[in-house]
Ligand binder design. Sequence first.
Ligand code: RFL
Length: 392
Amino acid sequence: DTAEVIVLGAGPAGLVLGNLLLASGVDCLVVERADREQVQTRARAGFLAANTVRILDRHGLADGLHRHGREHTVCEFRTEDGRFRLDYGALGLGERHTVYPQQELVRDLLTRYLDAGGRISFGTEAVAVVGAETLRPTVTVHDTDGRPARWQARYVAGCDGRHGAARRSLPTCAVRRHHRDHGVSWLGLLAEAPPSLDAVGYAVHGRGFAGHMARTPEVTRYYLQCERGEAADAWSEQRIWDELALRMRSSEYGELHRGPIVQRTVVDLESDVLEPLRYGSLLLAGDAASLLSPSAAKGANLAVLEAELLAEALVDDLRRGDGTALDHYSARCLAHIWRAQAFSHWMIRLLHGPSGSDPDSLFHNSLRRSRVESLRVSRSQQDWFAEQYVGV
Ligand code: RFL
């Protein structure tokens, strides 16, 4: 099989890219390891930044999120020093989040792509990208029946996430990998229960962090800091709810709406960036380009932003013979990526106390309390926070 562009991965990055290329008449083929049902039911992100909505709007891809998404503008911090709320929609640039579950967005993007005649091969695992230094790169795949095949393109877009084939195919001498393990793990939970507060909740507690994020009127995401290496099923539902209630200080600030835990994953907080994001005919976008810890809810937003930049650059090159934007693609994305990494790193230090083994734990804990206090009292700090929090 051949195409002008082969897109690896049907997540937010790959599907935004596929839709934009198709709309510009570029022949593309999306290769996706999972089946359709898996792709459109994987619950992950939910907070879309204003700029993400603008991008999707620009290309007519935002109908579903306007119909079913809800605007969100407030977060609440709860610590040993009390609680306060920030109406970030009224601070900084005055921008809002739209809460719309990632799997719903992916479903919309997929439906639109297929309705427009887009080609996608589900159940097909990309194994490697070969010949990226040439003008005819090849993707080797295992098809639905596990049979090997080779597909050729002019460009390959690696949107297949952190463990995908695109990253694996980059020669180590051609890219620099920045990796940071923040040493903190979260148990990510999805509860079949309505949100317990009308804000994103960030609770800092001596027993660890706890977070609350609305998803839909029936489903809420919670996070609980856990021990590194702990198994996702190590906690009973009773223990999860008791611990959330304790860390979120629900006896003081209001009980949590409990319900069945329908999904749990342990997320190790890590940052990972590849530089540059291009190797010849292979270009990276989304989690394949950089991984952010979920502390600042940036991953899906960066994926959409990069997909638009990549689509424009590819169309310039393939339709107008102008490769300038493609040459600048990596540097443009990396400027956004490092800004998001910096903020997410700052959030990690705001939300977590020092670990037990840290000899300077009292010192670091005092710094953390002071950081939270600045955010509570300083208007300029709040404006900065709002701008970083909703911006990309
Ligand atoms: P995706 O969504 O992971 O899609 C990659 C696709 O590639 C496929 N694939 C392959 N296909 C073919 N061959 C191979 N060898 C392949 N290997 C992989 C996969 O099956 C998949 O379909 O990457 P993409 O498009 O770059 O999008 C990135 C986002 O999904 C990610 O950054 C966010 O979900 C991160 N994230 C959040 N981001 C936000 O902006 N806001 C949030 O509130 C937020 N919450 C979260 C999150 C991520 C989480 N997890 C699970 C790490 C909450 C959680 C719990």
